[in-house]
Design a protein around this ligand. Structure first.
Ligand code: ATP
Ligand code: MG
Length: 295
């Protein structure tokens, strides 16, 4: 069995030139055979993440932005719930990007993103993101019309221009100390069907069902094409994609947890040093507390 902590490297793409989605099996479990085999590793990952986040928060210099993209029912919500289960909610911000509002459509597409970028010391999670601008908007290119872009700027090159701008934006974030990690939860069409059926069959899952999701499924191949091109054009060493197998949720969570731990371990995280003046202040505080006989 592979040592825990190493799975995520298999799914990491930082140079997209040769990337082909079909080389990545949604049902892969990295030779683990059951949820039970992954449990201990996931628990360890969650504990490590909790410690690292504490330092990230105390140090207050770096921020980590995790971007989740996927087809419906691939498990974005469950990744957020499980991977972040040990994390202090004060240091974590989850932002879900829905179809843009009228106000948002009156601006450039990164406008709403800027306001959601995590503060220093925080982990920010984008549940969908500006990548929808080269995914749903590409698959349904009539959506471009709502964006009120001057017609002369809507050319065949628009997607390549967007990829370029997104790469530049992610470089900009990185150079500001906001580390970007991107996850495509790679679910198969077959498994998606099973999960939609479960949403129909199980009363406590009914609320998650949306007929729109079924219609979107008809565009499966177009989405796969758009994902592939997106990863080819936007995978970079400073902002890699992880193409995470998503047919087995327990494995998805493990891989994402590992990737987050790996990233935080790569930073120079440490609790702020206590200098001589601060030490004196702490000593004085101790004397004050101890000198107070009343309580
Ligand atoms: P769940 O998996 O729980 O259903 P969700 O992320 O699919 O969560 P929904 O409210 O169902 O949330 O869907 C959000 C919708 O918003 C998606 O269909 C997505 O494609 C769409 N969306 C997000 N960003 C954009 C965008 N920039 N332009 C157009 N549509 C967008
Ligand atoms: Mg949805």
């Amino acid at each position: 069995m592979k040592k825990p902590g190493k799975f995520c490297a298999t799914y990491r793409v930082e140079d997209g030139k040769q990337f082909r989605l079909r080389d990545f099996d949604p049902a892969d479990t990295g030779k683990l055979r059951s949820r039970e085999q992954a449990t201990a590793a996931l628990e360890k990952g969650v504990a490590q993440l909790s410690e690292l986040q504490d330092k990230l928060y105390a140090q207050d210099r770096w921020a980590l932005l995790l971007i989740l993209q996927a087809m419906d029912a691939a498990g974005k919500d469950s990744v957020i719930k499980h991977v972040m289960s040990g994390v202090n909610p004060q240091g974590c911000q989850v932002y879900s990007f829905k179809a843009p509002s009228t106000e948002e459509l009156n601006h450039d597409y990164l406008w709403r993103t800027m306001r959601a970028v995590p503060e220093r010391g925080r982990i920010g999670i984008f549940n969908r993101s500006y990548y929808e601008e080269v995914l749903v908007v590409r698959v349904h290119s009539e959506l471009l019309k709502n964006e009120r872009i001057p017609p002369s700027l809507i050319t065949k090159k628009i997607w390549d221009h967007r990829f370029e701008d997104i790469c530049a934006f992610e470089k900009y974030l990185t150079r500001n100390g906001i580390i970007v990690r991107k996850f495509l939860l790679n679910v198969s069409k077959k498994e998606q069907k099973q999960r939609f059926l479960a949403r129909l069959d199980q009363p406590e899952k009914n609320w998650k069902f949306s007929i729109a999701d079924i219609h979107e499924r008809e565009y499966w191949d177009d989405y796969m094409g758009a994902y592939e091109d997106m990863i080819r054009k936007t995978a970079a060493p400073e902002a890699p994609w992880y193409v995470v197998p998503a047919d087995h949720k327990w494995f998805t969570r493990l891989v994402v947890a590992e990737a987050v731990v790996d990233t935080l371990e790569g930073l120079d995280l440490a609790y702020p040093r206590v200098d001589a003046d601060k030490r004196k202040e702490l000593e004085a505080a101790r004397k004050l507390l101890m000198g107070n006989k009343q309580g």
